[in-house]
Design a protein. Structure first.
Ligand code: SF4
Ligand code: F3S
Length: 107
C-alpha cells in the first residue's frame, strides 16, 4: 500500500508532512507535493500533520480522488525529493478547501 497526496494540497503546499516522513518519500513540484509509492512504508505519520487534510491511505481515498494514485506515482519519478519544511505558498490559506483545484496543478 501507500499513502497519497490529494487535491487539497494544490496551491497550498504547507509542507508539514515532509518533516515526519522517516524515508523521505515526498517529492516537490511547483504547487503540489506527491508521495513516491515505491518508497512509502505506510507509517501513517504524515496523515495527521497536513493542515489541509490532503493525505490519505490509498484504500481510504475520498470519492473522486482516486486519480491521485496515478498522479503521485507519475510525478514522483519526475520531481525532486523534499525533506525540509518551508513556507507554504503565499495564498495557501485562501486556496485551502477550494474545489476543482486539479485544474491548477502545475506539472
Ligand atoms: Fe512517509 Fe509514512 Fe507518510 Fe508514507 S505514510 S509518506 S512513509 S510519513
Ligand atoms: Fe501538501 Fe499537506 Fe504536505 S498541503 S505539502 S500534503 S502538509
Amino acid at each position: 500500500m501507500t499513502f497519497v497526496v490529494t487535491e487539497n494540497c494544490i496551491k497550498c503546499k504547507y509542507t508539514d508532512c515532509v518533516d515526519v516522513c522517516p524515508v523521505d518519500c515526498f517529492h516537490e513540484g511547483p504547487n503540489f507535493l506527491v508521495i513516491d509509492p515505491d518508497e512509502c512504508i505506510d507509517c501513517t505519520l504524515c496523515e495527521p500533520e497536513c493542515p489541509a487534510n490532503a493525505i490519505y491511505a490509498e484504500d481510504e481515498l475520498p470519492e473522486g480522488q482516486e486519480q491521485f494514485i496515478e498522479i503521485n506515482a507519475e510525478l514522483a519519478e519526475k520531481w525532486p525529493v523534499i525533506d525540509t519544511v518551508k513556507d507554504p505558498l503565499p495564498d495557501a490559506d485562501e486556496w485551502v478547501d477550494k474545489p476543482n483545484k486539479i485544474d491548477s496543478l502545475e506539472k
